[in-house]
Design a protein around this ligand. Structure first.
Ligand SMILES: Cc1ncc(C[n+]2csc(CCOP(=O)(O)OP(=O)(O)O)c2C)c(N)n1
Ligand SMILES: [Mg+2]
Length: 657
């Protein structure tokens, strides 16, 4: 063989876009001996930035024989396709995800919100925004941003602060390192989030001789870093000194699959568990140590225990303000933290003792190191009493007494009734999904989670419009479960578009559309802060007042959903709601989306969390309501704690001189 022949036999000539598709189709992830395709497929919307590059490559891939497919799915909105990917990846414990291709300019920047959401929630997605010409020969092209101060800036630079990895492939030679770097970050449990490779439109179509080994199947092992023995020993010592220890379980418990390890830890020690939004369901409903949601939208049980806790063990939590009730949840004068987290960044929060490790591995080691330790009987009794009190409050929210229901206008339900019906009539493995509005807080408080993957509230970015597209992702990830997307009228109006994608792909999602004609959540927040629900209701501008206080807008969201191809059921009573849920459950698995439209009375609130959330109130105001709210705000501020107590880890013996 001549040297030239050797060279040709070890390369393959493909465009950059064809190389991207072939590479992605050959990536796998592996954990605990289970191997799966890293990419289930590629969502996209084509325009001149990607139709001839990635579009051509995806077409060629779809038509090819063999098993190296990267299925293509046409979405309706680029933000939404990122949400769908996030929903999918979260349901898959971050072991699998999707790629997303968008055209230059608005198509690409539509993905920015999804990028931020993925990064904040630490969920892997691969974004492939298209860029304007690398050569700039025909600049400025349609949709190109021109900045007089910097000729190399494009709109895709906006992805940099939102991504955990960013690269722009301006020459084919750069592609291998961009792809390999992207895979490393996507499959790193501590680093993962949105990963962006910007692909200029001309580069996508450019041909190159690639080394064949670039396309060999690659398996990326998702690590389970082991804790250091000294960290476990220190953590155990601190916990043994505690009288009122408490676990705060975050999303890391789920992503690590640490639920059984947590249960074993609680069974052995009797330490109770409060859960963040991402960590909800870490212990199943009914477990004696399960205290449910914690923080601003927590249960009174978890929040009472948080206030007294002397040692708090955070597991896989990023300690958001909702989880800590804006740092008012923990009131013990010397409260100290142990933070088990795969990311050193999170493990160091609240001056905690960092145990940088996989949650499952760290919990198993800690349970061993705590052998013989358990909380006293009085603490167990306190857990049981607090929980029984809270559970009774949930019961009356789900089934309100007649003095509440008698006050409802005809055809209206309470939000608690809607949540109760869905919780009680869905199967234990069905998934409840939500993101923004008043429902995430109510679901966090009230929902009885009966399966580790049955709870999916996106509350890192709390993005209105996540609900419908993400529910498609959840269903694509696991067709053995029904998914109930709980969406308010405001959230629905942000992103109903993907109902069309669900129709196209025959994906069964059940959307429960809760119509209350505006922002119940921000309305009541506004009222509590003295802002009088200003601008939070969907109303005509009043003819006399000139303000948004006229009649309710004649908006028919049921008709809207029907027009997009969904099967719509309108309900006006609890009985009709029960029937609708049963009908939706019986709807064919490939029947596409079902929308249950229900009107609720936003004036009926769910049980109080006995908690707080820091939203600053105007310090000076012409309005009496604002001045009153500011006074109350200062009272709450007084309870805010810096959480900087040293962990008191014993210092090592002094070394010999
Ligand atoms: C994209 C986006 N814009 C604004 C907000 C701020 N916000 C949070 S809840 C909310 C209102 C939600 O209304 P709706 O979906 O009807 O739910 P409800 O509060 O009525 O339960 C708004 C505007 C947000 N979370 N996301
Ligand atoms: Mg609403």
């Amino acid at each position: 063989m001549t040297r030239d022949e050797q060279r040709t036999s070890s390369t393959v000539r493909l465009t950059v876009a064809q190389a991207v598709v072939r590479f992605l189709a050959n990536q796998w992830s592996e954990r605990d001996g289970h191997r799966q395709k890293l990419f289930a497929g590629c969502f996209g919307i084509f325009g001149h930035g990607n139709v001839a590059g990635l579009g051509q490559a995806l077409l060629q891939n779809e038509l090819a024989d063999g098993d190296q497919h990267l299925p293509y799915v046409l979405a309706r909105n680029e933000q939404a396709m990122v949400h769908t990917s996030v929903g999918y990846a979260r349901q898959k414990d971050r072991l699998q995800t999707w790629a997303c291709t968008a055209s230059v300019g608005p198509g690409s920047t539509n993905m920015l919100t999804g990028a931020a959401l993925a990064t904040i929630n630490r969920i892997p997605v691969l974004l492939l925004p298209s860029g304007t010409f690398a050569t700039r020969v025909s600049a400025p092209v349609l949709q190109e941003l021109e900045q007089p101060y910097a000729a190399d800036v494009t709109v895709n630079d906006a992805f940099r602060p939102l991504s955990k990895f960013f690269d722009r492939v301006s020459r084919p030679e750069q592609l291998p390192s961009a792809l390999l770097g992207a895979m490393r970050v996507l499959t790193d449990p501590a680093e993962t989030g949105a990963v962006t490779i910007a692909l200029p439109q001309d580069v996508q179509a450019e041909a190159f001789d690639w080394p064949v080994e670039l396309f060999a199947p690659r398996t990326w092992r998702v690590a389970r870093p082991l804790p250091e023995a000294v960290d476990i020993a220190d953590a155990a010592e601190l916990i043994r000194s505690a009288k009122r220890p408490l676990v705060v379980a975050g999303g890391g418990v789920h992503y690590s699959g640490a639920e059984d390890a947590l249960r074993a830890f609680c069974d052995a020690t009797g330490i109770p568990v409060g859960e963040s939004q991402a960590g909800k369901g870490s212990l199943p409903h009914g477990h004696p140590q399960e205290m449910g949601a914690i923080g601003s939208t927590g249960t009174t049980a978890a929040n009472a225990l948080a206030a007294e806790a002397d040692v708090v063990i955070g597991i896989g939590t990023r300690w958001s303000d909702f989880t800590t009730a804006s740092r008012t949840a923990f009131q013990h004068s010397t409260v100290r933290f142990v933070n088990i987290n795969v990311a050193r960044f999170d493990a160091g929060k609240h001056s905690g003792l960092p145990v940088v490790a996989d949650a499952r591995e760290a919990l198993t080691a800690l349970t061993g190191a705590l052998e013989g330790y358990a909380v006293d009987d009085a603490y167990r009794e306190r857990q049981a009493t607090l929980w029984a009190r809270w559970d009774a409050a949930v019961e009356s929210a789900f089934h309100p007494p007649t003095d509440v229901t008698d006050r409802l206008a005809d055809g209206l339900l309470t939000q608690g009734q809607v949540l109760g019906a869905v919780n009680e009539l869905s199967d234990p493995r069905d998934v409840v999904l939500c993101a923004a509005g008043s429902m995430p807080g109510d679901i966090h408080k009230l929902w009885r989670v009966r399966d580790r993957k049955a709870y999916h509230v996106e509350y890192g970015y709390s993005c209105m419009g996540y609900e419908v597209p993400a529910s498609i992702g959840v269903r694509l990830a696991d067709e053995s479960r029904d998914v109930f997307a709980m969406v308010g009228d405001g959230g629905y109006l942000m992103m109903p578009t993907e109902l069309v994608t669900a129709v196209q792909e025959r994906v069964k999602v059940i959307v429960v559309l809760v119509q209350n004609h505006g922002f119940h959540s921000i309305g009541s927040l506004s009222e509590s802060l003295g802002s009088q629900r200003f601008g939070t209701r969907y109303r005509f501008r009043g003819e006399g007042s000139g303000r948004l206080d006229g009649d309710v807008l004649p908006v028919d969201l049921a008709a809207n959903a029907r027009s997009l191809g969904a099967h719509v059921i309108e309900v006006h009573s609890v009985d009709e709601l029960h029937q609708a849920i049963k009908e939706a459950k019986a709807w064919p698995a490939d029947g596409g989306p079902v929308v249950i439209h229900v009107e609720t009375d936003p004036r009926v609130y769910s049980p109080d969390s006995a908690s707080w959330w820091d939203v600053p109130v105007s310090q000076v105001s012409d309005l009496e309501t604002t001045r009153t709210a500011y006074g109350e705000y200062l009272d709450h501020k007084a309870a805010q704690r810096p959480l900087t107590m040293p962990t008191g880890v014993p210092s090592p013996p002094e070394s010999a001189p």
